[in-house]
Design a protein around this ligand. Structure first.
Ligand SMILES: Nc1nc2c(ncn2[C@@H]2O[C@H](COP(=O)(O)OP(=O)(O)OP(=O)(O)O)[C@@H](O)[C@H]2O)c(=O)[nH]1
Ligand SMILES: [Mg+2]
Ligand SMILES: [Zn+2]
Length: 349
């Protein structure tokens, strides 16, 4: 095994050649346990501490990140020195009140957006995942699981295809093996695929199938409401015997992309174009004259469903942007106060 199997490439090397000459060596983060990260280097697996910033908070390091380590005599173990520039990153607004980016997957080539064909199938959710995936820089692929539990696979596949134009859609079953062979094409030496989706859709079951053994824990979904039990609790990269690495992740309850510009344009460019052609720049799309949205809705050019999706997402994203701005202003204010304090202190002397 070498780190090339985990996706190490020449470009990373050129970026950190000098540092490697100073005795630092590259590794990839393969599991995140909070304070502790499991990483893989050419010498094997290591456990290292998550570095802390000057406020005492853990630094954002995600599974999939490439880092440089160095042996530290003082702590008698390896220490993380640098996180190398990410090729791709799938980010969402972290759950909770704090406005924070959460990197869900880093340096992945392909994102499998997973939904199950029985209970989890939801096109509005798919839209959100697609926006975040397009923004991540990785290639999205839609994977619909549990085909064995569904009797209208083809119609659901077409619905997903309509929602995700230009994206490949696969239906698979980990019970019958249906569709598994076709999906192997996304895996290959050094390629990373991340599995993202709600709890209980079968992400870990799929990893076990690819790995050819029980490497991850899986669990039945709840009978009363068919929801998953949040069995997987940390992100983890698994090296596959046939080549390639796959990232299992805990099921996500909600997904609000951290940034949406490019993803939003790809997914809703047609809607945005209509909005832009309203006569008034601040059109509320109600009774204003020359409202292109109303016209498009009436003529059927714009589907009500799509309009509502865009409107809701747009609102949430605008709200997130406002919160980001607020946080920035707060920081500036604190900074301003600090400077004023220093100036005042200086005047004393
Ligand atoms: N019938 C059927 N059941 C499946 C299939 N794939 C997974 N399951 C079952 O779905 C349940 C949930 O699977 P998991 O692999 O634990 O789901 P997960 O997506 O990893 O869930 P979290 O870790 O909670 O995010 C298990 O009981 C699996 O056996 C499938 O293709 N067909
Ligand atoms: Mg799981
Ligand atoms: Zn309008």
């Amino acid at each position: 095994m070498s780190i090339i199997d985990y996706g190490w490439d020449e470009n990373f090397y050129s970026e950190c050649k000098e540092k490697q000459e100073q005795g630092m060596f590259p590794a990839r983060v393969i599991a995140d346990y909070g304070q502790i990260l499991r990483v893989i280097a050419d010498s094997g697996e290591l456990l290292v501490n998550r570095p802390i910033n000057k406020n005492g908070d853990g630094i954002q390091i995600a599974v999939g990140d490439w880092i440089l380590l160095q042996y530290d005599d003082e702590i008698r173990s390896e220490r993380i020195c640098t996180v190398l520039k990410r090729k791709t990153k799938f980010s969402r607004a972290a759950a909770g009140i704090e406005v924070k980016e959460q990197i869900v997957a880093s340096n992945v080539d392909t994102v499998f957006i997973i939904q199950s064909l029985n209970r989890d199938f939801n096109m509005k959710r798919l839209e959100r995942y697609l926006i975040a995936a397009w923004n991540s820089g990785a290639m999205p692929v839609v994977v619909l699981t549990k085909a064995d539990l569904c009797d209208d696979v083809e119609s659901k596949k077409s619905l997903a295809f309509e929602t995700a134009p230009g994206v490949e859609v696969h239906a698979i079953s980990c019970v019958t093996g249906e569709g598994i062979e076709e999906i192997r094409k996304y895996f290959g030496r050094g390629k990373t695929v991340a599995l993202l989706g709600s709890s209980g859709v079968g992400k870990s079951t799929f990893v076990n199938l690819l790995a050819g053994g029980e490497v991850l824990k899986t669990q039945d979904i709840r009978e009363d409401d068919s929801r998953g039990r949040h069995t997987t609790t940390h992100r983890e990269l698994v090296l596959l015997p046939g080549g390639g690495v796959v990232m299992d992740t805990p099921g996500m309850r909600t997904l609000l992309p951290w940034e949406a510009d490019e993803g939003m344009e790809i997914m809703f460019g047609d809607v945005e174009e209509i909005v832009r052609s309203c006569r008034f720049y601040d059109c509320g799309h109600g009774n204003e004259p020359g409202c292109a949205v109303r016209e498009a809705l009436e003529s059927g050019k714009l589907e009500e469903k799509r309009w509502n999706s865009w409107l809701k997402l747009q609102k949430e994203m605008a709200h997130l942007e406002a919160k980001k701005e607020g946080k920035l202003r707060l920081k500036e204010k604190q900074w301003g106060r600090q400077i004023a304090k220093i100036q005042k202190e200086n005047k004393k002397y």
